[in-house]
Design a protein around this ligand. Structure first.
Ligand SMILES: [Zn+2]
Length: 138
């Protein structure tokens, strides 16, 4: 699941095997298109502050990223990308690692949330019991 795979990578623009330097921003996004050769398009949400309304709004950001053959990130994969020099007209980011498919990650998140909620409710009931005990003494 995690990259890089044991593939002989000859891509000089690979952030892991090539000479590409990664500096600046690192983002996590979902791949919405991996149709072009060694290129993918990721989408991520950003919150932008609107001063007039003193609120934040969510904005979807799409950006082209370099997707070397050793990463081979597919559509709906969640990937971590890092900022590099300009690689082409539209690319200035490269895939650093594939974190997994969006569906799997969502499922894991849900399981974790459920577990946390169960723990929280247990803690709450314990607290309630203690409160009741304290109330009995007075
Ligand atoms: Zn590589």
């Amino acid at each position: 699941m995690t990259s890089p795979q044991n593939v002989a990578c000859t891509d000089s623009k690979c952030a892991v095997h090539g000479h590409l330097k990664v500096r600046g921003n690192v983002f996590v996004g979902r791949i919405v298109s991996a149709k072009a050769a060694r290129t993918a398009v990721i989408e991520r949400t950003q919150t932008i502050y609107i001063p007039k309304y003193e609120r934040y709004k969510k904005v979807r950001v799409r950006q082209a990223v370099h997707n070397p053959e050793c990463m081979n990130a597919k559509e709906n994969d969640i990937v971590r990308v890092g900022e590099t020099r300009k690689i082409s007209k539209t690319k200035a980011f490269a895939v650093l690692e594939v974190l997994g498919s969006a569906k799997e990650i969502e499922r894991e998140d849900e399981v974790r949330h459920r577990r946390e909620r169960a723990k929280e409710s247990m803690r709450q009931s314990q607290k309630d019991a203690e409160m009741q005990k304290a109330g009995d003494h007075t």
